[in-house]
Design a protein around this ligand. Structure first.
Ligand code: HEC
Ligand code: HEC
Length: 214
């Protein structure tokens, strides 16, 4: 409160101004901190982006997350060093190990059983020339990650194989990603089509690559 020394009256004008100012500052502070805590865009990505929109971005990530956590994708992105199998994502029979390059160890190399294309029949190995896990130094784990954790991990160059935004976008058409939609007999497909996945992936990134709150 301000007291005018001449007449002893309280100066209401400066009181009002002060109140309005502090309310404004409060609102700005709240706004800024909410922005920082809940939906964290990655600095490097947002600098070059015009088209920022946390709501659409987070919404698109819902679809992306559903696909990443489906067994066709998660089975190669396990928390441990053994790949997973089946729609229930159980540990791979005979427990082939990741190895330094993700291609297996000693006589248990992935390519011993996983050929260049799918082997016909039920319970046979799916095939792809590149069939392997992410390497030991960069495990790219999906299993057990919340949507918030996974979104942040995907755009972190130290965890995503040093991918910049261009490479991340291109990864939607990676051979192993496409393999998810050609999984071999008896395996369910990811929850949406590849076209829908790609659209959601691009929207998520182009709208600022925001991470959901949880
Ligand atoms: C055969 C195993 C395999 C399957 C199946 C697989 N991936 Fe991967 N994934 C990998 C490997 C290996 C890498 C690392 C290669 C690289 O970084 O280019 C990788 C990297 C990635 C990355 C980049 C990692 C990051 O943190 O940005 C994404 C995204 C990804 N995969 C998504 C998927 C999706 C979506 C599917 C299912 C449709 C899928 N993957 C299925 C093996 C697999
Ligand atoms: C001894 C043979 C053999 C080796 C070695 C092997 N696999 Fe497999 N893998 C199979 C068979 C067979 C299946 C199919 C099992 C089924 O459908 O019941 C399979 C299935 C999988 C699946 C499940 C695919 C899906 O969509 O659910 C993944 C992932 C996988 N293998 C990854 C690997 C990786 C990575 C390696 C190397 C580290 C590897 N495998 C080594 C035989 C092998």
């Amino acid at each position: 409160m301000m007291q005018d020394p001449k007449n002893g009256k309280i100066n209401f004008v400066s009181m009002k101004t002060a109140t309005v100012l502090s309310v404004l500052l409060f609102v700005i502070a709240i706004g800024a901190s909410a922005f920082r805590k809940d939906e964290t865009p990655v600095k490097e990505l947002t600098l070059s982006m015009i088209n920022k929109d946390s709501v659409e971005s987070v919404k698109a990530f819902e679809t992306v997350y559903k696909v990443l956590m489906s067994s066709r994708c998660m089975n190669c992105h396990p928390a441990g060093d053994i790949p997973l199998q089946g729609d229930d994502s159980h540990l791979h029979a005979m427990a082939p190990k990741r190895g330094v390059e993700g291609k297996g160890v000693y006589a248990m190399k992935c390519s011993n059983c996983h050929q260049e294309t799918n082997t016909p029949g039920l319970h046979t190995p799916p095939g792809n020339p590149e069939w392997h896990l992410p390497p030991a130094a960069m495990k790219m784990v999906f299993q057990g990650k919340s949507a918030h954790e996974l979104a942040k991990q995907l755009v972190d160059k130290k965890q995503n194989g040093n991918k910049d935004i261009k490479k991340l976008i291109e990864h939607a058409d990676d051979g192993l990603v496409l393999a998810g939609w050609n999984p071999g007999e008896g395996r369910t497909l990811p929850p949406v089509s590849h076209a829908e996945f790609k659209k959601a992936w691009l929207t998520w990134i182009n709208k600022g690559a925001y991470a959901p709150k949880k």
